[in-house]
Design a protein around this ligand. Structure first.
Ligand code: URP
Ligand code: ZN
Ligand code: ZN
Length: 484
């Protein structure tokens, strides 16, 4: 927005940006078009637009994508005597550099009080630099909580995350999950499920500790994959019984993909998300000297699981690729420089002598689009349109933001990525804005990278330059989503 003034009057004029000669890629089509942005919105989408503008960008030879929508991040999340090391500014800035302009974070439920818990997250997100919304972690359940769940809809939160694992901390019993699904069904809400077998994990962890098996690989060995498969089927079965819809987060096992396919072929309203880390890494990474870098839950599995997840993407069995971004430093005793400030945040070293004390989670909010492009699109495993569907349009649809987000359409928010599909980078911590001391994709040669990123019409990333600002991100009240 431009304010034109003379001595005694003010006129607010529209800021116009014209992007010319680009190739637009959406979830369903690829086409040549110019794009006119007026203030925060896309207002024209047509070839050969000849319109006076304040800023004209030549996107010849470049692709135009809708801004990425990351449905699964954990910013400023307290865990194991520390906190995830990206907050709602640093995480958002990193997201933007990777082409993501909207992300969805999980509110920690305290004292069974939704409103107070949301307020805490709203406060944390005051510094937001991209647009954001919240899911509610439903980690307690009783009659009062059950009655109050619909009030979340009025706050613009239509999603509940339930856990079948993390006994004594986050887990809900099956009866409570079943009731939550019914409440969600009646109120246009969606249950997201973290699927592992909490009881088996508890038993195996106790045994491992008793036997002094304390190295990072035991994190994976005590969280068996079949527990994830079984829990996925369990939640999907409850969705059948309640006629609700369910979304399985961070799918990591071949068997989960099989369950998803089986259920969806039978008309069950179940959807699945995977994350880049489950497409590449295995138990072997946890066996390395720096294995703690790969500790997250659910854990890394096998090559066969990686392959089946890729197949799940190629064949449209899965619906989204999120990140589960929940970074910690590998060595939080040593500060790193972030925007000129030396910052150390306790991290994976907390569990140097005991894997159960290693904070669970990985960085990935910036990595998602560039990594998936090189390894998915450039190899022919997924098309460009599938790439947009998984990383932007489908999450926007499922989580009630479409077509405001996830779309290149007249009337949509002008969240736009100018993508250079020929740009080669050697990726790693040096070019990452994620506030941590390591990157899972260190040294990977990537081809395809964001060149410019717009958030609601404002250029926030221009090559290597950060033009975004703390506080410029907006909370998005979400509507009832679609079942894809
Ligand atoms: O290890 C992980 N994924 N940490 C974040 C919490 C969760 O379960 O998604
Ligand atoms: Zn989870
Ligand atoms: Zn998560």
């Amino acid at each position: 927005m431009k304010i034109i003034s003379d001595s005694n009057w003010y006129k607010i004029d529209t800021m116009k940006t014209l992007i010319k000669h680009g190739t637009c890629v959406t979830a369903t089509a690829t086409f040549q078009s110019d794009i006119l942005i007026e203030d925060e919105k896309i207002t024209r989408l047509a070839p050969d637009l000849e319109i006076d503008s304040d800023l004209q960008i030549d996107a010849s030879g470049k692709l135009i994508l809708p801004g990425g929508v990351d449905p699964h991040v954990h910013l400023d999340l307290p865990m194991f005597n520390t906190v995830s090391s990206d907050d709602h500014y640093t995480g958002h800035k990193a997201a933007a550099f990777g082409g993501t302009t909207t992300c969805m974070d999980f509110v920690v439920l305290e004292n069974g009080d939704f409103s107070q818990s949301v307020d805490v997250w709203m406060q944390k997100a005051q510094k937001a630099a991209i647009d954001y919304s919240f899911h509610m972690n439903l980690t307690q359940f009783n009659e009062k909580i059950a009655k109050e769940i619909p009030s979340l809809m009025k706050m613009g939160i239509q999603t509940l995350k339930v856990f079948t694992a993390y006994n004594g901390r986050l887990r809900l019993d099956d009866g409570s999950i079943f009731q939550a699904l019914r409440i969600a069904r009646d109120n246009g809400m969606l249950v997201m499920a973290h699927c592992e077998n909490g009881d088996v994990i508890e038993t195996l962890v106790n045994e491992a500790i008793k036997n002094n098996h304390v190295t990072p690989e035991w994190h994976a060995l005590t969280r068996p994959g079949w527990g994830a498969v079984e829990a996925t089927l369990r939640v999907a079965s409850m969705a059948v019984e309640t006629e609700a819809s369910a979304y399985i987060v961070h799918m990591n096992m071949a068997g989960e993909v099989d369950m998803l396919k089986y259920m969806r072929e039978r008309g069950v309203k179940v959807m699945g998300e995977t994350c880049p880390q489950y497409l590449f890494f295995t138990l072997d990474n946890l066996r390395q000297q720096d294995g703690a870098k790969w500790i997250c839950s659910p854990p890394m599995r096998s090559k066969a699981d990686n392959e089946r997840l890729w197949q799940g993407l190629s064949e449209n069995i899965l619906q989204t690729v999120g990140t589960d971004h929940c970074p910690f430093y590998f060595d939080g005793t040593k500060p790193i420089l972030y925007e000129g400030e030396a910052i150390a945040i306790a991290g994976k070293e907390l569990g140097k002598h005991d894997f159960t004390k290693i904070p669970n989670g990985l960085p990935g909010i910036q990595d998602r689009l560039p990594i998936l492009w090189t390894t998915g699109v450039n190899t022919g495993k997924i098309t460009k349109n599938q790439f947009v569907a998984y990383t932007s349009t489908n999450p926007a649809k499922i989580f009630g933001l479409y077509p405001q987000k996830g779309a290149l359409m007249e009337g949509s928010d002008a969240d736009i990525v100018i993508w250079d599909e020929n740009k080669k980078v050697k990726y790693g911590v040096a070019m990452s804005h994620q506030r941590t001391d390591y990157n899972l994709y260190e040294g990977w040669e990537l081809t395809g990278y964001p060149e410019k990123v717009f958030l609601r019409g404002k250029l926030i990333v221009d090559g290597n330059e950060w033009k975004g600002k703390r506080g410029d991100g907006k909370f998005l009240k979400r509507n009832v989503g679609e079942v894809l």
